[in-house]
Design a protein. Structure first.
Length: 326
């Protein structure tokens, strides 16, 4: 048997850890400061939509704090007991944030139905409108900070979706405030809250699904295991590819393991073949961690062999057995 372990950084570039920490801290401070203001004004104006937005923003503080903690742990170096590092913690944080969004959506939806059944006595549209407009500005700033770095990082994506949900909530509150102020439609407060709950839930489901796919070590959707196997089989020295395993430690950190049967006996020839495979897999698929195991085909027994040929076959089998047991 012959092995090669390859490390290469070839996936789409991930955001630097220091950049992630700075972005998350900035978003956390802005949201924490405004959420307290929104809650006070919502209570004063009797607006459920505004209080729901404030409650969502308060929960975002916890979500961003969790993302910060996961990012800090994820930078810990790999060790013999954790050979792939700790980036999987960020996936766990994304999963928790996804379920947090579901809980928020269900709570806001329940409160919206209650408000539609039992309208508030009087909702003050002007304070509600001004506060929601300021909140929209805060959320747009946070969304612009996190957007460019959230495409290949589920941890940041979870934080980004929380901020987007806040921005949608702010837009809904503004629309409700205008309807209440100009038209006296107090029922718009509950309707907008119900719509925001649906949008938050729609954003949470894909985040949960993607996080679970990584934790279950499913083949990443952006990599084709069949295409990789076909690619390896195109090397003329490769007779068979089996037991191919492809999974993601985290988005941008993939791993591949496979067993290859090759028509090569000498170690130097196998080393050259493995080096060519490494370069090809890196250039074509951008795989980060690759483990390839090589072996030669076992010769079929024959009763027509001469005595020297039989002795050579016995020596070959004995050598392979010794290597296997070692």
């Amino acid at each position: 048997m012959h092995y090669l372990h390859v490390n290469c950084d070839c996936r789409p570039e991930l955001p630097d850890t220091q950049v992630k920490l700075r972005l998350l801290w900035t978003a956390l401070v802005l949201i924490a400061a405004f959420s307290l203001v929104a809650w006070a004004v919502g209570h004063y104006s009797q607006s459920l939509a505004l209080m729901a937005e404030a409650g969502h923003m308060l929960s975002d503080c916890g979500a961003l704090g969790l993302a910060l903690l996961a990012t800090w742990i994820g930078r810990w170096p790999a060790s013999p007991k954790a050979p792939f590092g700790y980036r999987r913690v960020e996936i766990l944080a994304a999963l928790v944030n996804g379920w947090g969004l579901v809980a928020i959506a269900l709570w806001v939806g329940h409160e919206a139905i209650e408000r539609l059944q039992h309208p508030a006595r009087e909702i003050l549209g002007v304070p509600m409108l001004v506060t929601a407009a300021v909140g929209l500005g805060v959320n747009l700033v946070n969304a612009s900070l996190l957007h460019d770095h959230s495409h290949h990082d589920l941890n940041l994506k979870g934080a980004f979706l929380h901020v987007v949900a806040d921005a949608l909530s702010s837009v809904g509150v503004i629309l409700a405030a205008i309807a209440i102020w100009w038209l006296g439609w107090d029922w718009m407060d509950g309707v907008v809250s119900l719509g925001v709950a649906g949008l938050v839930l729609a954003g949470a489901v894909p985040l949960i699904r993607q996080s679970l796919e990584v934790l279950l070590e499913k083949t990443p959707a952006y990599l084709d295991a069949a295409a990789i196997q076909t690619h390896l089989e195109q090397f003329e020295e490769v007779l068979e590819v089996n037991q191919l395993r492809l999974w993601a430690i985290a988005p941008g950190q993939e791993a591949l393991a496979a067993h290859l049967t090759v028509a090569l006996q000498d170690g130097a020839g196998r080393d050259r073949l493995l080096q060519r495979m490494q370069q090809s897999l890196q250039a074509t698929f951008g795989l980060r961690d690759t483990v390839l195991q090589m072996s030669s085909p076992r010769p079929a027994p024959s009763f027509n062999l001469s005595i020297p040929e039989r002795l050579e076959m016995i020596q070959t089998l004995s050598s392979e057995l010794q290597q296997h047991s070692a």
